[in-house]
Design a protein around this ligand. Sequence first.
Ligand code: KIV
Ligand code: NA
Length: 265
Amino acid sequence: RKRVRIHHLRELKQRGEPWPMLTAYDTYSARLFDDAGIPVLLVGDSAANTVYGYESSLPVTVEEMLPLVRAVTRSVTTSLVVADLPFGSYQASVEQAVTTSARFMKEGRAHAVKLEGGRRLAPHVEAVTGAGVPVMGHIGFTPQSEHNLGGYRVQGRGASGDALIADALALQDAGAFAVVMEMVPAEIAKQITHELHVPTVGIGAGPDCDAQVLVWQDMAGLRPGRVPRFVKQYADLAGTLTTAAKAFADDVRGGTFPAPEHTFH
Ligand code: KIV
Ligand code: NA
């Protein structure tokens, strides 16, 4: 199979074929998803939660993200790897956005970057794409702005739908190759998907987006506790791992592991 390129994603949109995207943060997950034919892997700043155990995505740094990006890009042969720019690493200026993006391309070997924000970030997107780096936008509920948005809430309801459409168009005009829409009413997401020629990627944005993304530990049921409404759990890895850990502990305590077949003489 050949490396997925951004023009392939646009061709899928033109053909009306929805495509999947998952997060990945380490080598085994990246290899498995690459082999499973997931065309785009996102090293999300959700690593703040899923890898580092922070309570939100705000604390994670470029220095913490870069090794994860490098691990994922090192592990795939086909998937296009998008590196999420963490909070505070791109908003200050277009220069900062270009400099940070270049680090993720050079040091992380990413194939693209993602950043959060609409019209106000259009100059940043234009500068980064101008520097040769494909940019994925992210609008609607943007977790890095959680405190400004008043918590986890659906964005773009009622009159604010027009602002969301303007944000999406501005990102496209600035050169974004795709736009993530998070927690957006399905009707608005559908309209934006029709108006854009670049693909939309939904997460809690209904069935009419060109693509769908989930955090892999949510998708596979590894995340402890409650999951958001937009998540579908395709496995129960939490249950599987808990059962395995308990069985291992029982075997060790009961003296039945290691058995002769696990033992050297
Ligand atoms: O960080 C992340 O995982 C994301 C996706 C959920 C879109 O931004
Ligand atoms: Na993110």
